[in-house]
Design a protein around this ligand. Structure first.
Ligand code: FE
Ligand code: FE
Length: 230
């Protein structure tokens, strides 16, 4: 038995019952009832089906947008971290305070790990990490470079370098926070874990810079602390 379908709904049941009856009157009645009502049902069911598909498509569109934001954010960070790999040695070189130099050198090593984590995430996603330039990081690094060219007291220049470095860390903290949130929303557990690990290191670096800023900008405070500890 062949059934005609309309918008995915079978019409065979109504036609078959008409053929078996062999009675014109019934056919006429059925035509009025069954041949019309299935259509009505079909339209209704079909309409619901289409509405469901549209709703599903709308849902997918939202998910797709979030995925796009996620990948775009990751690419932005990949560009930012690679720019930092080149900038951090200059920042370490420009710093006068041995502690500040050491902080930059340590963060350079961490930054290499940040790049590796992002590459691991992109590998898991089957996407390329390239294709975007983080202009914000480019500008933040330029600002830092401008301070390195200035003349002045070592402590003042160090304070300026710290401010530039903290602006960079804050940018990274916000960016990693957002992609980590996207990863959680998209049920990307392993990427979320990797992004959190980097986020922790960025926050830790920011705290170290905070401490150095206090000791470099306000050495008297350190002397007082050191005296109190003696
Ligand atoms: Fe980083
Ligand atoms: Fe960083």
């Amino acid at each position: 038995m062949r059934c005609k379908t309309f918008l995915g709904v079978s019409l065979c049941e109504s036609y078959d019952s008409v053929r078996l009856s062999g009675r014109f009157s019934e056919l006429r009645d059925l035509r009025e009832v069954d041949l019309r009502s299935p259509q009505t049902r079909c339209y209704k069911k079909g309409g619901r089906k289409i509405a469901g598909k549209v709703a599903k498509r709308k849902g997918n569109m939202k998910l797709k947008t979030l995925e796009q934001l996620y990948i775009s954010g990751l690419r932005d960070l990949y560009s930012a971290e690679n720019q930092l790999l080149k900038a951090l040695p200059n920042m370490a070189k420009g710093a006068s305070s041995p502690e500040l130099k050491e902080a930059f050198e340590k963060h350079l090593e961490q930054t290499k790990g940040h790049v590796e984590r992002l590459e691991e995430i992109f590998e898991q996603l089957g996407e390329s990490p390239k294709g975007k330039t983080c202009r914000a990081m480019k500008r933040l690094i330029e600002e830092g470079s401008e301070i390195l060219k200035e003349d002045g007291e070592d402590s003042d220049l160090d304070a300026g370098i710290i401010v530039a470095a903290q602006k960079i860390e804050h940018y990274e903290i916000v960016s990693y926070g957002s992609v980590r949130a996207f990863a959680n929303l998209l049920n990307q557990e392993e990427p979320a874990r990797l992004l959190q690990a980097t986020l922790d290191e960025e926050s830790e670096t920011n705290e170290i810079l905070n401490g150095l800023a206090e000791s470099i900008v306000n050495p008297e405070a350190v002397s007082e602390t050191e005296l109190a500890a003696c």
